[in-house]
Design a protein around this ligand. Structure first.
Ligand code: GTP
Ligand code: MG
Length: 194
């Protein structure tokens, strides 16, 4: 699919009601700083449309990006961000959980994990939770540009094994810097909106 337009249509704060959309939704889930907003910018070829930051905890709202009037990219706040108070984290956890379990148009969840490191405890909890609820998930291994060629294949295989991914859960190596994986993700959109 070619991205022709992107428009931040709805921003949901912690107390907002989630919008009912009429298009398939693709959610971006992953710990804080893993590269969710950067992935949106990379897909849309916009530099800082989805606000990114080297400071974790940048995205603090659920942002619905309308793409081509044919789908939504849903940027979720990152989990595992220690500087946010526990009450706030719990409220966000509940809102994200509600979004993921009740959105009628949720087509696919992209779970983003950092390709350079072993998954965190939160990553493991999240993937188990998604699989337990039989939610459709594709794993995206981010920051793949940072992997040395010599360790790359082993690192990606270890990630798959640490996450205990069933064979039918795809994993895409992605880099917002080199645009590796971009076409693969756009193909998924193409199939879902054909
Ligand atoms: P929150 O909004 O806090 O949940 O974070 P996020 O997941 O949206 O992360 P964001 O896209 O803001 O990126 C965090 C940092 O990682 C920024 O400094 C980005 O420049 C950097 N980053 C993101 N993607 C890549 C990538 O593919 N390669 C490299 N080298 N750096 C990346
Ligand atoms: Mg973000």
């Amino acid at each position: 699919m070619k991205i022709k337009s992107v428009n931040l249509e709805t921003v949901c704060g912690i107390t907002s009601t989630l919008p009912t959309t009429r298009l398939p939704e693709f959610a971006l889930l992953g710990r804080s700083n893993v590269g969710k907003s950067s992935l949106i910018n990379c897909l849309c070829e916009r530099r800082n449309y989805a606000r990114t930051s080297s400071d974790p905890g940048k995205t603090q709202t659920i942002n619905f990006y309308n793409v081509n009037d044919s789908l939504y990219l849903v940027d979720l706040p990152g989990y595992g961000y220690a500087k946010v108070s526990r009450t706030t984290r719990e409220k966000w956890g509940r809102m994200i959980e509600r979004y993921l379990t009740t959105s009628p148009n949720l087509s696919l969840i992209f779970l983003l994990v950092d390709s350079r490191h072993a998954p965190t405890e939160d990553d493991l909890l999240m993937i188990r939770w998604l699989l337990y609820y039989h939610l459709p998930v594709t794993v995206i291994a981010t920051k793949a540009d940072k992997l040395k060629k010599s360790v790359r294949d082993g690192q990606l295989a270890a990630l798959r094994s640490d996450l205990e991914l069933p064979d039918d859960v795809p994993m895409i190596a992605f880099s917002s810097v080199t645009k590796e994986g971009r076409e693969e993700v756009l193909d998924i959109f193409g199939e879902a909106t054909a």
